[in-house]
Design a protein around this ligand. Structure first.
Ligand SMILES: [Fe+2]
Ligand SMILES: [Fe+2]
Length: 228
């Protein structure tokens, strides 16, 4: 069983690696987002919290739960040091290096890093059903936990922050949110969920997103959306 001290050590490594790679990254999207390292770390904590809810709710065996926890903490560790399409594979290698150096069991390392690699898969290549059949239990928990952070109030607030940066006004929000990346992502990813607990959470969160839009349209008179 993983100890608190181990969770702490893996968390510190991840947070430091994110910060270190963020500072030297030359990728434009990273340079355009001055608090990207902090943002990614707090996303990681949300994913870990979602993982805890899934493993408790679905009574996941200890060994799978521990590998899923470690995968959750390390899943985006390499996000700033490679192309997004490679961040699962590269993150798995970074995680393997760290976990091996710290004498984790090779079988445990293989399970955690396989999950990290799997979460970086191009989703267009596999249906939810195919992924459900082919992926490891730890990989599926990680993917669900990650997707849950894209579905509900977190998705709404993230999208509103982007609209605020673009100097958008309240009367434009309903239309812009309805057609936002956040809505498209939530609609696309919400079916890549397999456990009972994550299904319940996903339904509740996505319904909240839709409900928010409904309530907004009830309260706010919409006007024409200006060119940005
Ligand atoms: Fe990721
Ligand atoms: Fe993520």
């Amino acid at each position: 069983m993983l100890s608190e001290a181990q969770i702490q050590q893996i968390s510190e490594f991840t947070q430091q690696h994110l910060q270190k790679t963020f500072v030297v990254s030359e990728q434009q999207w990273v340079r355009d987002f001055p608090r990207a390292a902090e943002h990614r770390w707090y996303h990681t904590l949300n994913v870990l919290q979602n993982t805890e809810k899934i493993v408790a709710g679905d009574k996941i065996p200890q060994d799978v739960a521990d590998a899923a926890r470690v995968a959750a903490i390390l899943h985006d560790v390499s996000i700033f040091e490679c192309d997004h399409s490679m961040h699962g594979r590269t993150g798995a290698e970074t995680a393997k290096g760290f976990l091996s150096q710290n004498q984790y069991d090779p079988d445990f390392i293989a399970r955690a890093t396989r999950a990290i690699d799997e979460h970086g898969t191009d989703f267009d290549t596999l249906t939810p059903n195919e992924m459900g059949q082919q992926f490891s239990p730890e990989g599926k928990i990680l993917i669900e936990a990650d997707i849950l952070d894209k579905l509900g109030a977190a998705a709404v607030s993230g999208a509103l922050l982007i609209l605020g940066k673009q100097a958008r006004l309240g009367f434009e929000c309903h239309e812009l949110l309805s057609n936002s990346n956040a809505m498209q992502r939530a609609t696309y990813f919400k079916d890549y969920i397999w456990s009972q607990t994550a299904k319940r959470m996903a339904n509740q969160r996505f319904s909240f997103f839709l409900k928010f839009l409904e309530q907004l349209s009830e309260e706010v008179v919409e006007g024409p959306v200006a060119d940005p």
